[in-house]
Design a protein around this ligand. Structure first.
Ligand SMILES: [Ca+2]
Ligand SMILES: [Ca+2]
Length: 474
């Protein structure tokens, strides 16, 4: 008996030692941030010194893409490692716990908790209900933030759709409070804790309303704002279905309205200001990590959940499977891995789950639909024939490889873009015989099995249903 107790005690000691040696994980998300960052160069005026600093400490995946251009399905996919076409969670609803394919699965923080991590978060990591998935949840601190009594710029439409300088001070902003919460945690967490930590920090800007204090707007004088490059005839080579799917029944403003109301520059300024503010909040957290005893034993992962149009293809916001809708920042910094690294190999956000498991030396999970990105962090030029699949409703898919984007919609219309020559995706090459082999190759990545769309009444559901009127003629 004594011997058994001694063996047990030794085993427990070993387990706790192992746990202590494991790296901490800091998972940072930025809501609705497209490629307007210093590293991705989506807009020449984007000001993101702290994202750039983090990229300098690790690997910037310059060709990273969400699996769905909507918050809920993108995050559900990343946090469970399942594609939307596997789960049926294609749109803003249902909640991942109401999807039969996902309800019994560990989410990423739950998996880490099972393996001896303490898990904590504040802000928006999951689309909603973060407190269900973390042992400690600091709060949303007001989420999308305070709003003025009267809308500033867009009087009509969805209550969240507005932009302008508001409120007065940084400390009135939820993201600032979330950053302060994370700073407090990093400062108070002892160096020799019993368990490593998995901390989520989810920022809400630049998601609408695109509000930030005036000083962030002052960085981008309105008379110097550069509008996104667009081609007036860009939509002429798209199917009616593609245009309807990405415009009809959407809650975002119509591009014609934005232009005629003289708001285009102001909205671009507001997005840039919101990004600069979110980046500032990120900087507070990075400073605290660097000043803490955890700096050399913490993996930092930063992602945004999907892209955002600001007039490109004559449309606004998310909910498209073009480059503007799917390209996101993804940065991973890990102790012992190269710094200042950049790779243009394709990285789906879905790969985050298996990547985290490998870093923390937790058992791999063969049911994961992504793959670990660790080989790319060891050698950014390694052979990587993998693609990112993004969907917007069953039957609507984009396949993004290193150089191409191939799209096929439910009406069977298709698009192909060559990013080596056409970074704005202006020229649909689908009928160009020079690309027939490339098209065939990309078609092979379309899923052979698709879950039906789980019901809901979101903008995505409505747009998807509305666009279906074009199917009858085919
Ligand atoms: Ca989002
Ligand atoms: Ca075009």
């Amino acid at each position: 008996m004594k011997q058994m107790i001694a063996i047990l005690a030794l085993l427990m000691l070993q387990t706790s030692l192992l746990a202590k040696e494991r790296p901490n994980v800091l998972l940072i998300s930025i809501d609705d941030l497209n490629d307007w960052t210093g590293g991705l160069k989506g807009h020449p005026q984007a000001r993101t010194p702290n994202l750039d600093r983090l990229a300098g400490q690790g690997t910037l995946f310059s060709n990273a893409h969400c699996q769905s251009p909507v918050c809920n399905p993108s995050r559900a996919s990343l946090l469970t490692g399942r594609h939307p076409h596997t789960s049926g969670v294609y749109f803003l609803g249902p909640d991942l716990k109401d999807a039969p394919e996902l309800s019994g699965l560990d989410t990423l923080p739950e998996r880490f908790a099972k393996h001896g991590y303490s898990t904590l978060a504040a802000g928006k990591i999951f689309h909603r209900g973060d407190q269900r998935f973390f042992e400690t949840y600091g709060g949303s601190f007001g989420g999308f933030g305070p709003r003025p009594e009267k809308k500033i710029s867009q009087p009509h439409g969805h209550p969240l759709w507005d932009w302008g300088a508001f409120p007065e001070k940084d400390n009135q902003m939820p993201d600032f409070k979330i950053a302060k919460w994370a700073v407090d945690q990093l400062q108070s967490m002892p160096e020799k804790a019993d368990k490593p930590f998995f901390m989520g920090v989810g920022f809400y800007r630049p998601h609408v309303p695109m509000f930030a204090p005036k000083k962030w707007f002052d960085l981008f004088p309105i008379d110097q704002i550069q509008l996104p490059l667009i081609q007036e005839s860009d939509r002429d080579d798209l199917s009616d279905y593609a245009i309807a799917l990405t415009n009809d029944k959407h809650v975002s403003p119509q591009h014609e309205w934005v232009k005629s109301a003289g708001q285009w520059e102001h909205a671009v300024q507001s997005y840039l200001a919101s990004i600069a503010f979110a980046d500032h909040c990120l900087g507070l957290v990075l400073d605290a990590l660097e000043a803490s005893p955890h700096r050399d034993n913490t993996i930092v992962v930063l992602f945004a959940d999907h892209g955002f149009h600001l007039g490109e293809k004559q449309r606004w916001a998310k909910r498209s499977i073009w480059e503007n809708g799917t390209r996101v920042p993804l940065i991973i910094s890990a102790p012992g891995y190269p710094a200042k690294q950049r790779t243009s190999k394709t990285a789906p956000l879905l790969d985050n789950f298996p990547t985290r498991l490998e870093f923390a030396e937790l058992p791999s999970d063969r049911h994961q639909e992504g793959r670990s990105l660790v080989p790319l962090m060891k050698d950014s030029e390694t052979h990587w024939p993998h693609v990112a699949l993004s969907s917007f409703g069953k039957g609507n898919y984009a396949v993004r490889s290193e150089h191409f984007r191939y799209i096929r919609y439910l009406d069977q219309s298709e698009e192909l873009y060559d990013h080596r020559e056409d970074p704005h995706e202006w020229k649909n090459l689908i009928d160009d015989p020079l690309y027939s082999e490339t098209i065939l190759k990309h078609r092979q990545f379309l899923p052979s099995k698709e879950s039906p769309v789980l019901p809901g009444n979101s903008t995505g559901h409505q747009a998807y249903e509305s666009a279906s009127r074009f199917l009858e003629s085919n």
